[in-house]
Design a protein around this ligand. Structure first.
Ligand code: PLP
Length: 281
């Protein structure tokens, strides 16, 4: 893998960030994670649109255009020599003496391109377990902000209980996972939390919506409770790096038959086909 910061390519273990960097001191920045299949960044324009939306939402003065980011990302992928990898792109409010007020300095742009660590086959075949966790985050979760402390704490809690993900709950309703969107299947129909300020508009969520149309599965954006989830036929989560992961146990209770669901796997296989077609293009 390789690193990049403010115009310079570096090794992943090289020191690069000055001590007074707003990303480090305030978490004052945003990011994107983009999956690369066979050298091609998947859903790149959608990721860049979300990046600029996050940037606007926190009033970042980004001078670079979408096209410049597109070129930069493609250049970094080429330089990495990797074909199945992940790009992590981060923009912070820059380098300046610590002060809450916005500094008059350029934003810092950094990036890593790293080999993908594949999800163990056993998780996809047998499904994963999850816990419920109170959604303790702020009121603007649609922004892909660097402030991930509540996500980190919830995810660690899940891990310590032998679980793969923490499903976040706000006032009894499921919002999303710590780094995923959440879906339930009931009588063959897919339900997911509607977009609002409370969740991130996942790019994989968008892909699943498209895939559902292709395979004629009804896709319904409707809020659901913890109880709805526990009583669902199937549950799955999505994100860029893991794609679709079946959830077969929540809070120790089996979901459906306790095995990855039929609709979940149909969507997963169709998504794989989408990606395979992309590789041939
Ligand atoms: N929700 C949160 C809080 C996330 O951090 C992520 C991604 O890591 C997602 C949802 C899924 O988004 P995407 O499909 O764009 O990776």
């Amino acid at each position: 893998g390789i690193g990049y910061i403010n115009g310079k390519y570096i090794g992943l273990n090289e020191n690069a960030v000055p001590i007074e960097e707003r990303g480090c001191q305030f978490g004052d920045g945003i990011y994107e994670v983009i999956r690369v299949y066979n050298g091609k960044p998947f859903m790149l324009d959608e990721h860049l649109a979300r990046l600029l939306k996050s940037g606007n939402a926190i009033k970042l003065q980004i001078k670079q255009s979408m096209e410049e980011f597109r070129m930069l990302i493609k250049e970094a992928i080429a330089k990495s020599g990797l074909s199945n990898c992940c790009v992590y792109l981060q923009i912070t409010r820059g380098i300046s003496a610590r002060n809450h007020l916005f500094p008059d300095v350029p934003v810092s742009i950094s990036m890593t391109v790293k080999q993908i660590i594949p999800l163990p086959d056993s998780i996809r075949e047998k499904g994963a377990a999850a816990i419920f966790h109170e959604d303790e985050r702020w009121a603007n979760c649609y922004i892909k902000s660097l402030n991930l402390l509540p996500n980190v704490l919830a995810r660690q809690t899940a891990y310590e209980q032998g679980c793969f993900e923490a499903i976040l709950v706000r006032e009894g309703m499921v919002t999303e996972g710590t780094s995923s969107n959440v879906f339930i299947v009931k009588q063959g129909k897919v339900y997911t939390t509607p977009l609002s300020r409370n969740i991130l508009a996942g790019i994989t969520r968008m892909v699943v919506k498209r895939v559902s149309e292709v395979v004629n599965v009804q896709f319904i954006e409707q809020a659901f409770s913890k109880e709805d989830l526990v009583g669902a036929d199937e549950v799955f989560i999505t994100n860029t790096t893991s794609e679709i992961v079946p959830i077969v146990k929540v809070e120790g209770k089996k979901i459906g038959t306790g095995a990855p669901g039929e609709v979940t796997m149909k969507l997963y296989h169709k998504l794989q086909q989408f990606v395979a077609d992309l590789k041939e293009m």
